[in-house]
Design a binder for this molecule. Structure first.
Ligand SMILES: Cc1cc2nc3c(=O)[nH]c(=O)nc-3n(C[C@H](O)[C@H](O)[C@H](O)COP(=O)(O)O)c2cc1C
Length: 310
């Protein structure tokens, strides 16, 4: 059976989203959490504790993702996850954000091979009974960096190597390096997962025959996995129910309108792709300073919303 995993996306795929998504459209085969970022305090932030709390992830196949460049921080966070019942944790080697890479974390580790080796040595020595997967890009600024990086990764019993075949300098844009991914398939024995630019069933049909991880495609059309499994594309009414459930959940979680509006704007930056004629509505969403103005705009939009063509 083809496996489909939901990609970690900070600000989008937190536990509230996972619950709503699974309830309305059927669960992904795995959900990777947005990254947890342990540090010298050896304490998770409240938001991170909620993210991995067993009661917030009940009956869902969730894999916590950890962003760290020191083995001791990763190991501490991994054990915290293990003690809450998680059987796999994921190491982030892909985050391209300057604030992350500036500290040699995420994709920043792809130009620090000694630090990367030290991190992996420490992690795999200390955690023999936990599955550790890795999510990575293929280099910092040149695909020629990948063979040496893959050589390093090949030395460890990585449970799943999730590859987004772009460089750090490419962020999320530009053509995928398909030839590099094909080369990877020939040059590793590690279990592989492909991630990148899977937006439609046609994209998925053309993807490598491997477990697939979907990020923006699933935000753009939350029914994408259901369709890939033979089900129907979401109707406008179903997308409204999804929107309303998320908005209600974020209202419970945050105090004040601003953080909820922020989350909803982030949601719409992808979900708008499911609809036609969204310009006026998106302008209203951007302008809304209160939730009541936002609600009014959203109600008016859904009253006449039409799905986009594919
Ligand atoms: C807004 C945003 C937030 C993201 N947050 C994370 C994250 O927390 N951890 C991670 O490994 N990747 C993160 N990613 C990368 C995605 O998981 C994924 O690798 C990327 O979007 C490419 O896949 P896609 O083309 O299916 O979207 C993020 C991407 C975006 C656009």
């Amino acid at each position: 059976m083809q496996e489909y995993y939901a990609a970690p996306m900070e600000g989008l795929t937190g536990w509230r989203w996972r619950q709503v998504h699974a309830a309305l459209f059927g669960a992904a085969d795995r959900y990777y959490t947005p990254f947890l970022s342990p540090n010298a305090n050896f304490e998770f932030q409240t938001k991170e504790l909620q993210e991995i709390a067993p009661e917030n992830n009940q009956d869902l196949p969730v894999v916590p993702q950890i962003l760290a460049n020191r083995a001791e921080y990763f190991i501490w966070a991994a054990k915290e996850c293990q003690s809450r019942g998680y059987g796999e944790v994921n190491l982030n080697l892909g985050c391209p954000s300057g604030t992350v890479t500036g500290k040699n974390k995420g994709a920043g580790l792809l130009r620090e091979s000694d630090l990367l080796r030290e991190l992996l040595d420490g992690i795999f020595d200390a955690l023999p009974n936990l599955k550790i997967s890795v999510k990575t890009r293929i280099g910092w600024d040149d695909p020629a960096q990948w063979p040496a990086l893959l050589d390093i990764l090949n030395d460890y019993p990585i449970a799943l190597l999730i590859v987004h075949p772009r460089l750090r300098t490419e962020f999320y844009k530009g053509a995928i390096h398909r030839e590099v991914f094909a080369w990877t398939q020939e040059n590793t024995r590690l279990p592989l997962c492909y991630n990148g630019d899977l937006f439609t069933p046609a994209d998925v049909a053309a993807a490598p025959a491997l477990p697939l991880m979907l990020g923006r495609g699933l935000q753009h059309d939350p029914s994408l996995l259901r369709r890939l499994r033979g089900g129907e594309r979401a109707t406008a009414a179903q997308l409204q129910a999804y929107h309303d459930a998320l908005c209600a959940a974020y209202r419970r979680d945050y105090s004040g309108d601003t953080p909820v509006l922020h989350r909803m704007r982030e949601l719409w930056s992808y979900l708008s792709g499911s609809f036609r004629d969204t310009d006026a509505f998106l302008r209203a969403v951007r302008k809304a300073r209160t939730l009541s103005a936002y609600d009014q705009a959203a109600r008016a939009f859904f009253a006449q919303a039409r799905l986009s063509e594919e």
